[in-house]
Design a protein around this ligand. Structure first.
Ligand code: C2E
Ligand code: MG
Ligand code: MG
Length: 600
């Protein structure tokens, strides 16, 4: 028999717990509960001195039982909890007999931990507290989890930089310091050019690794006191909280361009991307976080519209440009949504390509046209870059593609044979994995052959990533599609790549043709390019032929195909049919054409 079974209930009891009417249980069972509890428990007498602690208490605090007995529990306090919390605790214990709350304690080894404490007063017959029973457990893990959540909410999980949500608060804080101390602050928006292409070509995992590398370089280039944040995608923000003048900011921008523009080794890939940077200054360009970020954004758009890898300081005119750009973006979305309806704002025009030797029209280049309901006709040179930046190029490109095939089927049905349809492809379309499927689908849908189609990609698109370009072009060529490099001569391409590209045609850029009769360098470039193209077995096409002088010159150089206003401007579908019927046209046809082609 153990002790508990010998109790009669009449004898005085030793353990305060056993006297509680709430626990009509054998004292040794209660003792086992006390000893086995995973919660730390201690009991104090009426003088608030510890009279008992359980093993969980010892485990959690690191103190042995003997080290605690007779001491006030305050010896555990970490001095992190405000005094009023303790005062409130004792007040509540004397008034209600109970208190619970969170406190910080210190272990024997000096480390701190937060705990959730529950204390009850055990009153004697006179109603005075005779003992206090306290139970607690560590809430360190919960607090850590909460802090982690808070940090996740404020930080971008990929780069661990502060995110968009955190940025506004950080910038506001910096601005109030700057206001107080009379400092100037710079806000820089950094965007990696062509990052979308890297994502599309190499996949998001490589793209993510590259963003991490960009974030590391950004941190390395600026000072420790400067702030780097990630707004999303490839958009980063740098805050320079105390700048001397605009020139010093330009210095930082140049350093960023140099460092971020260097190659990135990601897995087996060597990747390149340049940053475009927009800068706004406090207090010059705005006195609050929102305005400064918006104006840096306007400067960034301006930088991008000037080409890649530039930085630009904000000026007031830019907001006008940014508003117009936004208007165009919204308008283009709307135009695309309604492109399939009668009276669509989007149309295709077709420009004939003339084969010099046979004097036949051998091709039509499909060129997108957009008439904005308020702003009128918008040049593709303006809306194609917007479509590329906003991702609208994908639906726009698909529409162009299907519409070009539909129109070619219509021409075929009207008896027009042997005329190929040339469609321009942007970099994003070329790198999109769905391209071969779209091409096959449209050809099948309109019962066309692959050789009825020519795809034009600009030289700079081809050179962005020659290895990837070659792989995609190989696929398209194997399908039987004719491939052309557009705007040749403007993209600083390495000629050694040219021989590896599986292409059929080179389109000499209009800028060389323009002054071919008067500018010896342009003439030399045209001549050399035509010889080079022929040696590589490529068809040579000249764009932008406007005068019979240019025509004659190009003919002498042996150019194969000519395209330009001299023969025809890009025409709507119905006018092309008429043009083809009348070709070759009479000498008095309106336009610059003066003499029948073959007699020059
Ligand atoms: P591009 O592909 O090089 O097209 C030739 C451009 O030169 C066309 O301008 C055409 O109208 C113009 N052009 C043709 N002959 C002459 C001439 O004798 N003199 C002059 N001054 N210009 C001539 P457009 O239609 O304004 O297109 C500009 C550029 O926009 C195109 O250049 C092409 O890069 C792009 N683009 C147009 N449509 C599309 C499209 O559907 N998709 C894509 N990705 N880009 C397109
Ligand atoms: Mg073209
Ligand atoms: Mg061109």
């Amino acid at each position: 028999m153990n002790d508990a079974t010998q109790h009669t209930g009449d004898e005085p009891q030793e353990a305060p717990l056993a006297r509680s009417p709430l626990f009509p249980l054998p004292p040794d069972l209660l003792m086992q509960v006390f000893e086995a509890s995973t919660e730390a428990i201690y009991i104090c007498d009426r003088d608030r001195r510890i009279v008992a602690v359980n093993p969980s208490f010892c485990r959690l605090t690191g103190y042995g039982r003997e080290e605690c007995l007779g001491r006030e529990p305050g010896f555990l306090a970490a001095a992190k909890t405000p005094d009023e919390v303790y005062r409130a605790m004792w007040l509540s214990l004397s008034e209600t007999g109970n208190w619970q709350g969170e406190l910080w304690d210190r272990r024997k080894d000096g480390t701190f931990f937060p705990k959730r404490l529950n204390v009850s007063a055990v009153r004697g017959a006179g109603g005075e507290p005779e003992h206090y029973i306290a139970c607690f457990s560590s809430i360190a893990e919960r607090i850590e989890a909460i802090e982690r959540m808070a940090s996740l909410a404020d930080h971008d999980p990929l780069t661990h930089l502060p995110n968009r949500g955190a940025l506004a608060g950080i910038l506001q804080r910096e601005l109030s310091t700057a206001r107080r101390d009379g400092l100037q602050v710079a806000v820089m928006l950094v965007d990696m050019d062509r990052f979308k292409d890297i994502n599309i070509t190499f996949g998001h995992r490589v793209g993510d690794q590259m963003l991490v590398a960009v974030a590391e370089r950004l941190r390395r280039v600026v000072r420790g006191s400067d702030i780097v944040a990630r707004l999303g995608s490839d958009d980063f923000v740098i805050i320079l909280p105390d700048i001397e003048n605009a020139l010093s900011v330009a210095g930082v921008a140049s350093k960023l361009q140099y460092n971020l523009g260097d190659h990135y080794r990601i897995g087996e890939h060597n990747l390149y991307a340049t940053p475009s940077i927009g800068v706004s200054l406090f207090p010059l360009d705005g006195d609050n976080a929102e305005t400064l970020i918006r104006n840096a954004g306007a400067a960034l758009h301006h930088a991008k519209s000037q080409g890649h890898g530039r930085h630009q300081f904000y000026n007031e005119g830019m907001n006008v440009a940014a508003t117009e750009r936004l208007k165009l973006e919204v308008g283009l979305r709307c135009a695309l949504d309604t492109a399939h309806l009668p009276g669509s704002q989007l149309r295709l025009h077709f420009q004939p390509q003339i084969h010099l030797q046979s004097q036949r029209v051998v091709g039509l280049e499909a060129l997108a046209r957009w008439t904005h309901p308020e702003l009128g006709p918008i040049s593709p040179n303006k809306f194609i870059p917007i479509a590329e930046e906003t991702g609208l190029i994908q639906p726009l490109g698909d529409w162009v593609f299907w519409e070009a095939c539909r129109q070619l089927r219509a021409f075929r049905d009207q008896g027009v044979e042997h005329v190929r349809m040339a469609v321009n492809l942007s970099a994003q379309q070329l790198r999109h994995e769905g391209l071969p499927t779209v091409v096959r689908g449209a050809l099948a849908c309109y019962d066309l052959q692959a050789s009825d189609l020519e795809l034009e990609i600009t030289e700079s698109t081809a050179m962005q990533n020659p290895a990837a370009t070659i792989a995609i072009l190989d696929q398209l060529r194997d399908m039987g599609i004719v491939l052309a490099i557009d705007d040749f001569g403007t993209g600083y391409s390495s000629l050694s790549y040219l021989k590896d590209l599986p292409i059929h045609r080179l389109k000499l850029d209009r800028s060389f043709v323009k002054d071919i009769e008067t500018d010896r360098s342009d003439a030399a470039i045209c001549s050399a390019t035509i010889i080079l193209g022929h040696n590589l077995n490529l068809d040579m096409v000249a764009e932008g032929v406007e005068t019979s002088g240019q025509h004659r010159y190009l003919e002498q150089l042996g150019c194969d195909v000519l395209q330009g206003f001299l023969y025809s401007e890009p025409l709507p579908g119905d006018e092309v049919a008429a043009f083809l019927k009348n070709w070759p046209r009479d000498a008095d046809y309106p336009g610059a054409w003066q003499a029948p082609i073959l007699t020059i």
